[in-house]
Design a binder for this molecule. Sequence first.
Ligand SMILES: C[S@@+](CC[C@H](N)C(=O)[O-])C[C@H]1O[C@@H](n2cnc3c(N)ncnc32)[C@H](O)[C@@H]1O
Length: 426
Amino acid sequence: MRDGGRISAAIEVLTEVETRHRPVKMALKAWGDASRFAGSKDRAFVSGLVLDTMRRRRSLGWRMGDDSVRAAVLGALAFDWGWALDRIAEACADEPHGPGALTDAEMAALAAPRDLADAPVAIRADIPDWLEADFVRAFADRAAEEGAALSARAPVDLRVNLLKSDPERAAKALAPLKAQAAGVLPTAFRIPAPNPTERAGAVETIPAFSKGWFEVQDLGSQIAAACAGEVRGKQVLDLCAGGGGKTLALAAAMGSTGQIYAYDSDPRRLADTIRRGDRAGVRNLQIRSPVNPDPLKGLEGKMDVVFIDAPCTGTGAWRRHPDTKWRLTPDTLAKRMADQDLVLDLGATFAKPGGRIVYVTCSVLPQEDEDRVDAFLARNTQFTLKPATEDPALARFLTPAGHIRLSPASTDTDGFFVAVLERSKA
Ligand SMILES: C[S@@+](CC[C@H](N)C(=O)[O-])C[C@H]1O[C@@H](n2cnc3c(N)ncnc32)[C@H](O)[C@@H]1O
């Protein structure tokens, strides 16, 4: 495909997403299925342009002085991809597949865009208006900067699985992917975000991946799992195990000692945990599926650690799922907050005296983070707040209140929140 056709395809997909409220993944797949002539480079171009436009949808509209999909796509080419005006004009005017010649207004906007510094915080942060107050509450005068960082492309992070490998051997295996040690944790590696239109190296194609030497896991998620502290020989319940990202990190930290129980209210999600656990060489995992009666029977009051990777709005992962940013509603946020209260109260029943709850969200919204913890502590007086980590390497991420708060702008990770709550010994 020529560039004009690719740009038209991106406009078509985004229009589908915005007018018919289709998830971007589905709209891209539908376009791909209907465009058998499109090669892998075309597909990477179109999906890259669609996602980059979605990431900065509002600020692109502001800079172009035009909120249309077409203007935002043209803005993404100019301001994010660094295309010169001539190149954009030529591609757009390319008959018969280009999206049509640039108008005078488009040329003027591309040549001299409006200054983003004059825009309201929600536009500079590239967030819906209704979330501006929450971002200001979370980040004060850095709200726009944090929102902008959540609108960038994300790197691919990997966790070396110590049950199967070690950082030195994994580094050699990962060399073809240009992965570098990420710092902070010795097991964390990072492949930088690819340039626009470039395809990221496929981690799954490295032979060491099928051998279970490493997992794809954001550094923030790895730090959150590390907040469980010393887990060797312990009884650990991963109450919201989902596809098993944290379960596997916890199991590796346990070094096949003690016992880890993985539960999720959605049994389909646990299927991945079983498969991934096998590949990773995990030997101390018990799946507690809700398809069985009373799946958590026998664990009440016995756990050293109850890990709660709570259902949340996922605002901290907007770099990876930019369409969820525009689909989020106050109603969904309220539902997630109710879910969080529920899983915290449920989790409390499994902590033994002196045991800990590790409460994690991948959201930066205080209503899902500090507020849920405060509400829990008010309801459950036998729990007290502890510093979220005792690891000196992670202490720099602690807030004055003792929580961990991570975000792309401040810690170069996805957005995460961690709080540790300890049950009294009596
Ligand atoms: C953030 S995701 C978990 C991600 C997973 N821990 C990982 O690292 O890959 C939250 C999970 O909570 C589960 N969930 C929601 N409500 C729940 C409940 N009441 N009890 C247990 N799990 C619940 C969801 O099905 C979802 O899989």
